[in-house]
Design a protein around this ligand. Structure first.
Ligand code: CMP
Length: 131
């Protein structure tokens, strides 16, 4: 999911280009928006974290671009492509190093397991939107 800071800065196209050049197939994609309540549902695992309120305010502050991506070893390879959560720790050439503004407004989210990729994909897309 490309986050509000990166969409707002006009970096959607550059990020999609990096994703495709890294060998990912885009199975589903759209530009959409999450209310604060829906952002809270998406990040429910972080409910007890001190940054939860700020995170859900930020994630509902503007449009986002969720995608379902396909590739061998997709979860691990995508996490390598996006880089560390905090852009200060992200490796050179990663999406977060290039485009993230802060540990919160960090340009992009990637699922952390195949199981969560399935859950998060269903959060945004119906089966008829996947090709
Ligand atoms: P993401 O990979 O989408 O998963 C949870 C998000 O919470 C993370 O990216 C950041 O946007 C945010 N986040 C994680 N840690 C912090 C933190 N210490 N302070 C503020 N936001 C954070």
């Amino acid at each position: 999911m490309i986050k509000p800071d990166a969409v707002g800065a006009g970096n959607t196209g550059a990020i999609i280009k990096m994703i495709e050049e890294a060998g990912f197939k885009i199975v589903a994609m759209k530009k959409t928006y999450m209310s604060k309540e829906r952002a809270g549902q998406f990040y429910a695992v972080h409910k007890e974290r001190p940054f939860y309120q700020d995170l859900t305010n930020y994630m509902s502050s503007g449009p986002i671009v969720p995608m379902i991506l396909e590739k061998d070893n997709a979860v691990e390879d995508f996490r390598k492509l996006i880089g560390a959560t905090n852009p200060q720790d992200a490796a050179e050439g990663t999406i977060r190093k290039l485009f993230a503004k802060s540990i919160e407004a960090n340009a992009i989210h990637g699922s952390d397991s195949d199981e969560n990729a399935e859950i998060e994909g269903r959060f945004f897309f119906a089966d008829v939107e996947k090709f």
